[in-house]
Design a protein around this ligand. Structure first.
Ligand SMILES: Cc1cc2nc3c(=O)[nH]c(=O)nc-3n(C[C@H](O)[C@H](O)[C@H](O)COP(=O)(O)OP(=O)(O)OC[C@H]3O[C@@H](n4cnc5c(N)ncnc54)[C@H](O)[C@@H]3O)c2cc1C
Length: 486
């Protein structure tokens, strides 16, 4: 490889977390390289529908938001991370407004605050109804593209992190065709998104296979809470295009109902995600049907134009038709283990957004906390990253071949063995999977020998109170262990 490109901060991933981290670092005077492997429209951030959770209402407070977040996390959420998120997300929403994002307003011109499952208050801000992610990422991406201190490098995939003196110092970047190049920086911020597309049925873009987690663990960083995969209850269940398309729970907040195949309601539609998803899964197992029905005929469909448009593509009209829905892998609560400033266990390496794990979500993410997390922790990480010391050159070993992407058999195995209900026999099969990250997920699931939130063990269904506040940690060649995070 030629001499590396040099910059102050290298950010990998251009979804909400990466874009915002890059902008914050650059606004502080740092030179930033922003690396992305796929177009904006293929990020989870662009697809986000529901909105951003922030205690902005007159009757609301960060303390109430924190209480709801802790309740959803099932005694596994890290209190300090929850407090940071809930206290700082209102300011980050205001920041986005200053950057030009227009959130939906009520008749009086105040922010219109929506209600979602698990929230005790109306506190979800939207932009363009269910087009929140699209509006935010378009605005941030336009700013990044024209920022004088941000160099956008795309389409390039980061395929390796090299260290120097125990610090992450350099990235290998691969174009689709051609030779790899090296990028060295005083700090590397991974913002590569989640792992849900490792599961066969998913709401996520195909690229959400946890490549940042693989990069980090290969470089020696620890991963946390991998057993906690959130399954979204209401993803379209169709044969063909749009299977897995997510129908936001905001429609249930506005009154949409769920019915079994006999037309009976069977669950509180506003219960936290894990409860609703498990209730649907149980219903599907009981009846052998592929889907339950979501009825949004009583909801003003004009408030959700992108949902109506996606449904129209497959001949469904939400004002007339019941929608077939079933759970799908949706959100990675775990990720690269970090402190409250996004620092991983490897010096110089940060992780933010869905690829990071501060412990904020515990065993179950509260709806709309993840875009808030992207903004809050991206900013904190960017401010810490710019203070990192300059690095020497990385000791580069010969560049290995490009990593092999996960195959269909891995996706099927994770769906079967690490789906909504798991047992030790199935999980042990994952330990032999050819995809290394699937093996680590299997190891974390096996270590947590209890049921909690999104992790339901049918062979040991009770919650083990001695594991309250405990997080699983796994690493390449490191046996899984538990740690208590304050
Ligand atoms: C359908 C859907 C709806 C959602 N709705 C909401 C919602 O309403 N509210 C909410 O809070 N959350 C929502 N979420 C979750 C939320 O959107 C995500 O958690 C969040 O957007 C993740 O942002 P991110 O920046 O971490 O990752 P992403 O937005 O996924 O971006 C990842 C980036 O990393 C790049 N990348 C990955 N690997 C590499 C590599 N090796 N090299 C270079 N680049 C790489 C990708 O190209 C991409 O640019 C939703 C998710 C989905 C899928």
């Amino acid at each position: 490889m030629d001499e590396p490109l040099r910059t102050d901060v290298a950010v990998v991933g251009a979804g909400a977390a990466g874009l915002y981290a890059a902008l914050v670092a650059a606004d502080q005077g740092a030179r930033v390289a922003l690396v992305s492997r796929s177009p904006l429209a293929q990020t989870a951030s662009y697809w986000a529908q529901g909105g951003i959770a922030a205690a902005l209402g007159g009757d609301d407070s960060p303390a109430q938001h924190a209480e709801d977040t802790l309740a959803a996390g099932r005694a596994a959420a890290r209190g300090s991370a929850v407090r940071v998120l809930c206290e700082e997300s209102p300011a980050r929403v205001r920041d986005l407004q200053k950057l030009g994002v227009q959130f939906d307003a009520d008749r009086d011109g105040n922010l219109a605050l929506g209600l979602e499952g698990g929230h005790s208050q109306r506190r979800i801000v939207h932009a363009g109804g269910a087009a929140t992610g699209r509006r935010i990422t378009r605005a941030l991406s336009a700013l990044a593209a024209t920022h004088e201190r941000i160099q956008v490098l795309e389409p390039l995939a980061a395929t390796r992190i090299a260290s120097h003196d125990g610090r992450a110092a350099e990235l290998t970047l691969r174009p689709r065709d051609g030779d790899p190049l090296a990028l060295s920086a005083r700090a590397l911020i991974l913002a590569t998104g989640g792992t849900a597309a490792l599961w066969q049925r998913t709401t996520n873009p195909r690229g959400a296979v946890g490549s940042g987690l693989s990069l980090a663990s290969d470089a020696g960083a620890m991963l946390a809470d991998l057993e906690f995969m959130q399954f979204h209850p209401t993803a379209l269940r169709l044969d063909g295009p749009r299977d897995g398309f997510l129908v936001t729970e905001a429609v249930r907040g506005e009154g949409a109902l769920l019915f079994d195949y006999q037309g009976e309601r069977f669950v509180d539609e506003l219960a936290p995600r894990d409860e609703v998803a498990l209730a649907i899964h149980t219903e599907l197992e009981r009846t052998g049907e592929p889907a339950v029905w979501l009825d949004m005929r009583g909801v003003d469909a004009e408030r959700f134009p992108n949902i109506a448009a996606a449904l129209a593509e497959v001949g469904l009209d939400p004002t007339r038709d019941l929608l077939p829905v079933a759970p799908a892998a949706h959100y990675t609560m775990g990720g690269i283990a970090t402190d409250l400033d996004g620092r991983s266990s490897l010096s110089g390496l940060y992780a933010v957004g869905e690829c990071g794990c501060t412990g904020l979500h515990g065993a179950n993410r509260l709806a709309s906390n993840s875009l808030a997390e992207c903004l809050v922790f991206a900013r904190r990480a960017a401010l810490s990253a710019i203070a990192e010391p300059a690095v020497g050159g990385a000791a580069l070993s010969p560049e290995p071949a490009a990593p092999t992407p996960p195959g269909q058999s891995t996706r099927a195995a994770l769906w079967r063995h690490a789906g909504l209900r798991r047992d030790a026999t199935g999980l042990r099969a994952l330990l032999d999977d050819p995809y290394p990250l699937a093996r680590l997920i299997g190891a974390a699931c096996l270590a947590r020998d209890e049921s909690r939130g999104a992790h339901q063990r049918i062979d040991d269904p009770d919650t083990d109170r001695s594991l309250d506040l405990m997080h699983t940690l796994v690493g390449q060649d490191v046996a899984p262990r538990f740690e208590r995070w304050q």
